[in-house]
Every structure is written in C-alpha cells, then in structure tokens.
Design a protein around this ligand. Structure first.
Ligand code: PMP
Length: 293
C-alpha cells in the first residue's frame, strides 16, 4: 500500500503497509528493524544524545508541550542544534500512523554522525533523529526497591541517553529481585533509577526539590500541580534517607509507570502502606486528570 504523509512542506512517500510503520529515522518513516545507523553516530560512540518518552492514553498525548519543552531544554544544554518543531510533528505522526490507543513514543536526538570518533565534535554536524512508537499498558504496579548511592554525573537534569549509572544500579537491584532503586547523594534522596520519588511522613507528602541531580519529571510536575488544585500540598524540599526509611508510604512516578506504590525497601525495616489514603487520593486525582477511560 502506498501511504503519503506530509512533513512540513515536503511530501514523503513510503511504500509500506500502515501496520509496519513504527519508526522514523532522520525524517524517514520505516520499520524499526529496517533502520540502519552509522557506527560513527555519536549516540553510538559517546551516548552524545538526548531523548524523551512521550505517553498517550486513549489517543490523547499526555502533557505533549511539556515533553517538547524538556526535549528542547536537553538539546540546548548539550549544544545540540535540533529542529524541535520538526521533531514535534514526527512524534505526533508516529502516534497517528500507529493506530495504537495506549502507548508511548521514544524519541532520540543525537549530535550527529561524526567523520571520525573524537571527543571534540565537528561544528558542522547535523542532528540525527530517531523515534519509534509502541503500545503500553498503563497498569498499576507495586514496586520492590533497593536503596543505593547515586553514582551518576552532576547534570541529571538533562535527559541524556548516557544512563550508565542508572543501568549499573538498577541491575544490581535486579539481582536482589527489585524492580527499581531509590538513589541518594550525601544522605539526601535524589530520585529513582527511572522515576521520581514521593513519600508520606506524619500525613504530609514530600518529594525532593529539583536540582541538577534530578530529572524534572513531567509526571512529578503534573502530580504536584493537580494535587494543589485539590488542596493537597506536596512539599518540595531536601529529603533525608532517614525520612524515606521511616515513611508511611512511598511511591515513584514516571510517564510509563504513573504513580507506582513501593511495597518494600529491601534491607530496611520500613512499614509501607501501598493503600495509604493520601496516596490513593493522589492516585485518583492523577487518574481523573490524565487517565480517564
Ligand atoms: N527520573 C529519571 C532518571 C527517569 O529516567 C525518569 C523517566 N524518564 C523520571 C525521573 C520520570 O520522568 P517522567 O515523569 O517525565 O517520565
């Protein structure tokens, strides 16, 4: 089947069946497995790239503009010269082409393909873009987590694909049958391996305040503002490890997990209520705002 899709002023013809189109590389729609990437892509040699995960539910994209703004922030922080308007269109096209109702788009922008591998990049590079769409079930998950020292670099506010600290820590946690980690730096909670952290102590809700050690999670931001509309105050401040361990309820947030309660922190004497009324209230507020069937 011939499918025509318009990208800006350009008409691109893809000789593909609609069900096969799941990805886009440098502006060309293709099957994910047919995309060919140079090994000299700086995404490949240096993880010199940034990304977004943009969720959609019931055909509605959740906080699309916020994801695009964060993508722009990540590109600017890395001095990657990207065409964000073009990327925004591609993300929406991936969703509409896929015919998937509930899922997410993974979208990555690298600095480009370098003629040689060198830490110092050429100023003539063209940003390289890649995205794919996939279905996802937004179901409540209960998580078992491990605590670990935050061993990452000091610009975790950039959504970079350089995630080795997260990968190492999360796989150590996997060996202890955990689903996630909660990281700390100098006794202060930073965030999860792929999520932000919230907890309840003395019936008040806390989350670590943003810094260059934390990704400004979109779910975190949406929850804080939706909760405020319902007079549920969430305190953003420094949070100690001790506060977390003594918490009555802990949950992690992300675009794919939503609000996921923590049932156990391994090797700690925590007593966590996964159905704490205040947590349930937050979960319902969030669901009503973004995940209404
Ligand atoms: N922190 C880290 C390290 C993450 O990888 C993620 C998930 N992308 C988050 C926080 C949550 O961000 P968001 O709510 O935007 O998905």
């Amino acid at each position: 089947m011939v499918f025509i899709c318009s990208l800006g002023n350009e008409l691109i013809w893809n000789f593909l069946s609609m069900d096969q189109i799941h990805a886009i590389y440098n502006g060309n729609f293709d099957n994910l497995e047919d995309i060919k990437v140079s090994p000299l892509s700086r995404a490949y040699t240096f993880s010199d790239s940034v990304y977004e995960v943009i969720p959609f539910f019931n055909n509605e994209v959740i906080a699309f503009n916020r994801h695009i703004e964060r993508l722009q922030y990540s590109c600017r922080s890395m001095n990657i010269d990207a065409n964000i308007d073009q990327s925004s269109k591609e993300i929406l096209q991936l969703i509409s082409l896929s015919k998937i109702k509930d899922g997410y788009v993974y979208y990555q922008i690298s600095r480009g393909v370098d003629p040689i591998r060198s830490h110092m990049y050429s100023s003539k590079l063209h940003a390289e873009t890649f995205g794919y769409v996939t279905s996802h079930k937004f179901e409540e998950q209960t998580l078992k987590v491990a605590l670990c020292e935050d061993i990452r670099w000091q610009r975790c506010d950039i959504k970079s694909t350089s995630l080795l600290g997260n990968v190492l820590s999360m796989n150590e946690a996997k060996d202890q049958a955990c689903d996630e980690v909660i990281m700390y730096k100098e006794n202060k909670i930073t965030e999860g391996g792929a999520s932000n952290v919230f907890f309840i102590k003395n019936n008040r809700i806390f989350t670590p305040s943003l810094s260059s050690n934390i990704l400004p999670g979109i779910t975190r931001e949406l929850l804080i503002s939706e909760a405020a509309k319902h007079e549920v105050k969430i305190m953003e401040q420094d949070c100690s490890l001790d506060d977390l361990v003594k918490a009555e309820s802990v949950w992690l947030t992300s675009s794919t997990k939503g609000l996921a309660p923590v049932s156990e922190i391994v090797n700690q004497n925590s007593n966590l209520d996964v159905s704490h009324p205040l947590f349930k209230k937050c979960q319902n507020i969030f669901k009503d705002a973004y995940f209404k069937e």
